[in-house]
Design a protein around this ligand. Structure first.
Ligand SMILES: [Zn+2]
Ligand SMILES: [Zn+2]
Length: 250
C-alpha cells in the first residue's frame, strides 16, 4: 500500500469514527427520527417508523437455505429446487427485503453518499431477523471490501451493519479474512462472469476457532459472493456458515 493511500485510509477511518461517536451522542440527547420520512420515533421502532416499516418491500416467500424468492412457502426443512440439486455451502440465509425502492435508495445513500445513519437503521432491522437464524452462531463476518475500495469509501458498509448485531447479541466480529483483489462492480454481469471474478477472491488467514460464522452483507445479487466467502471459510476450518443480508435483487 503506498503512503498516500495509507494516509487517506487513516483519515477516512478517523472521520468515520468521529461521525459515529457524534451520532451516538446525538442519539442520546435528541429524539430519533425515521431515516425514510423524518418522523420522530419512539419505543422499539427507533430508526424506521412503523408506517415506513410496513411499506418496505418485504420478501414474501424465500428459500431458507439460499434466500431466493420462491412462489410458495415451503415446509420447514424443505429447500428450493436449486438448493436440492446443488446444495450451497451455506446452512441458512435470511434476506428480509427486496432490493427495491426505498431500500435500494437507502443502501446507495449509505455506500456512495456516506449517509451513515442508514447503517444503524438497517442494522436494527437485521437484529429483528436474528431469531430466524440458527442459535449456535458464534461470530459475525462482514463481507470484506478490498483495502483499496475501503480506503476510497472510508468504511465498510457491512461492518457498519454488524455493529448493532454485535452489541445486542454479544457476538464477536471476526477478523483475519480479506479480499485478495479488487472485484469489479458486479452489477450488469452475467452469473458465469461473476463467478469467474469472485473465484478465490477471499483469503482466510485465521478463523479463531469459530464454528458457525454468520456472513453479513448489504445486498445479495446472485449469491456468488457469499458462496465464495462461505467456501473459503469452510476450507479454513469453520464448520458452518450462514448469511444475513438486508436486501436481495429479485
Ligand atoms: Zn417513517
Ligand atoms: Zn434455495
Amino acid at each position: 500500500m503506498n503512503t498516500f493511500m495509507e494516509w487517506r485510509a487513516l483519515l477516512h477511518a478517523c472521520r468515520t469514527r468521529t461521525a459515529g461517536l457524534l451520532r451516538e451522542l446525538d442519539d442520546s440527547i435528541m429524539p430519533l427520527r425515521c431515516v425514510f420520512c423524518g418522523t420522530a420515533t419512539e419505543g422499539p421502532e427507533r430508526r424506521i417508523c412503523s408506517g415506513c416499516r410496513g411499506d418496505l418491500p418485504w420478501m414474501e416467500n424465500a428459500c431458507a437455505r439460499c434466500g431466493a424468492a420462491i412462489a410458495v412457502d415451503l415446509p420447514r426443512g424443505v429447500h428450493c429446487a436449486a438448493c436440492q440439486a446443488r446444495p450451497p455451502p451455506v446452512l441458512a440465509m435470511v434476506v428480509p427485503l427486496r432490493y427495491e425502492f426505498p431500500v435500494d435508495a437507502g443502501l446507495k445513500a449509505l455506500k456512495f453518499g456516506r449517509r451513515l445513519q442508514y447503517a444503524p437503521a438497517f442494522g436494527e432491522l437485521l437484529l429483528a431477523e436474528m431469531a430466524r437464524l440458527p442459535a449456535d452462531i458464534d461470530a459475525l463476518l462482514p463481507v470484506p471490501l478490498h483495502w483499496r475500495r475501503q480506503a476510497f469509501r472510508g468504511f465498510n458498509q457491512a461492518r457498519e451493519l454488524c455493529r448493532p448485531l454485535a452489541r445486542h447479541c454479544a457476538l464477536p466480529i471476526m477478523t483475519g479474512v480479506s479480499r485478495r483483489r479488487p472485484t469489479p462492480f458486479q452489477s450488469g454481469l452475467a452469473a458465469t462472469q461473476r463467478r469467474k471474478n469472485l473465484r478465490r477472491a477471499f483469503l482466510v488467514r485465521k478463523t479463531s476457532g469459530f464454528q458457525h460464522v454468520l456472513i453479513v452483507d448489504d445486498v445479495v445479487t446472485t449469491g456468488e459472493t457469499t458462496r465464495q466467502l462461505a467456501t473459503a471459510l469452510i476450507r479454513g476450518g469453520v464448520k458452518k456458515v450462514s448469511v444475513l443480508a438486508v436486501a436481495r435483487a429479485v
